[in-house]
Design a binder for this molecule. Structure first.
Ligand SMILES: [Zn+2]
Length: 478
């Protein structure tokens, strides 16, 4: 047999190994009434839509192979086709690793509970945008997929997706713009640190990352700009605009989870007094984040506005006792204007804020659940997903020793999963999603992604171009 014929068979085998692997994950997620239920039942729509997206590229590769009529033409084209097939496997592999983590019993419960929290925060923000017709139903993504990664804090693959660039875009220069294309995939992914395996209070930072996903998926950039410009003094607007994504994510998470998120954020930001007291920003480099003191003031102002005044006062008092001074005091008056401006400067942000609210009644329910778990005869907590997560964090903040001894995080994870409705879930609560249009969109986005990947690689391979690999950043910022 000629080399070209063997090569053709080999390439077909590599392509069908993708088909066989994908079929396994479809089977592992397709709902069934038989027991035990499919392990990844809640991920069926994510896998289905990813399958639609990747199938477009898979079919393009197959048709290229079919068009090669002679063994010689196969030999001439085989290097490029091998790279194309490898790209397909790599992109799928990036997601597959995250699904595969759930097949390890030790990780399943915690990741699935985090998925539930992300789902409930995400869904609350998406539906008002559909109702307001600022988001078309076919443009709605599936809920975020949570996974563990080697970062120090949670990070959404929307902004700091260097791990994705490393995974999928290996040998492609950083300038390839893969991040924007990755963002066109049918669902967001959020990494949480391995150190947070089984520690829910830190995991509340997930809501901040969902805020980043919502900013991107609802295309809120111009709404955020209008909000900032309409709320703060003109001379400080450039700074606030530089920080707008992080400011929005902090506000989003505080609205979604209330006082316990603010406590978790303070725990994350706390450093030695000299560092916090000296921390500042200048017009030369505003950076992406406001200072820690401004962030704490911001979330406490949101809490005040949402009628969690006692918690806000307590957090601010503790912060001001630990840190006697802070720079940028002229920025403080902008904060109240930003928080009230959220409901005044942009209709979509106003609707989103109302839909997200974690009310004082929600907080009371969380505290009741926390008390039940901390009481001498520990009982089963009662509450919805957000209240239950807040209850775990509240119990930790009240009594870290008992929180650990009584395995409160495990109780909350178990309760969240026991309460989870059987079957498939949907982000969209109202209108029927036009599946055909959604599939066309997913396929167009993916085809564009792979075409750009090929173009970037071709550019990188030209003499004199920088072909350095993109390295993952060990300190991914959330
Ligand atoms: Zn962030």
């Amino acid at each position: 047999m000629k080399v070209g014929d063997l090569k053709r068979a080999e390439l077909r085998g590599k392509l069908s190994s993708f088909d066989a692997d994908f079929a396994y994950w479809v089977a592992t997620s397709t709902p069934s009434t038989e027991q035990p239920r499919p392990r990844l039942e809640k991920h069926v729509s994510q896998i289905e839509r990813l399958g639609n997206a990747l199938a477009a590229e898979r079919d393009i590769i197959e048709s290229k192979l079919d068009a090669l009529t002679s063994p010689e033409s196969v030999v001439a084209a085989c290097t490029q086709l091998e790279i194309d097939i490898l790209d397909l496997h790599r992109v799928w592999g990036f997601f597959r690793r995250k699904f595969a983590l759930r097949l390890v019993p030790r990780f399943f419960d915690f990741l699935e509970a985090l998925d539930e929290l992300a789902f409930h925060c995400y869904r609350r923000a998406v539906n008002p945008a559909i109702a307001a017709q600022t988001l078309r139903p076919e443009a709605v993504k599936e809920p975020p997929l949570v996974y563990f990664e080697d970062s120090t804090i949670p990070s959404a693959v929307t902004r700091s997706s260097k791990s994705y660039l490393y995974d999928a875009g290996r040998h492609v220069p950083k300038a390839a713009g893969l991040l924007a294309m990755m963002n066109a995939m049918p669902f967001p992914v959020i990494g949480v640190p391995w150190s947070q395996v089984h520690h829910l209070p830190s995991a509340l930072m997930l809501a901040h990352e969902v805020g980043h996903c919502i900013e991107r998926d609802l295309a809120l950039d111009s709404a955020l700009k209008a909000w900032i410009d309409g709320s703060v003094a003109a001379q400080r607007a450039p700074a606030w605009r530089a920080w707008q994504s992080e400011v929005f994510a902090d506000v989003f998470a505080t609205l979604a989870l209330g006082p316990t998120f603010a406590h978790s954020l303070v725990a994350l930001l706390a450093k030695d007094a000299a560092t916090i007291e000296k921390e500042t920003r200048t017009s030369a480099a505003y950076g992406e984040y406001p200072t820690a003191s401004l962030r704490v003031a911001l979330v406490c102002t949101v809490l005040e506005q949402e009628k969690h005044s006692a918690a806000a006062g307590e957090i601010l008092q503790d912060w001001n006792l630990a840190y006697r001074k802070s720079a940028l005091s002229d920025f403080k008056p902008d904060i109240l204007n930003l928080v009230t401006g959220l409901r005044e400067q942009s209709p979509v942000l106003s609707k989103l804020a109302s839909a997200l609210r974690f009310t004082p009644q929600d907080q009371q329910a969380a505290e009741r659940a926390s008390n039940v778990m901390l009481s001498p005869i520990a009982g089963t907590p009662v509450g919805d997903v957000r209240q239950l997560f807040a209850s775990a964090a509240h119990a930790f903040q009240q009594n870290p020793d008992q929180h650990a001894k009584r395995e409160i995080d495990q109780t909350v994870v178990r309760t969240v999963l026991e309460q989870r409705a059987v079957g498939v879930r949907s982000v969209v609560s109202g209108p029927v999603v036009p599946r055909g249009k959604q599939k066309d969109r997913d396929q167009a986005e993916a085809t564009n992604f792979f075409a750009s990947l090929r173009a970037a690689r071709a550019l990188a391979e030209r003499p004199g171009e920088d072909t350095s690999e993109t390295e993952p950043d060990p300190e991914l910022l959330g």
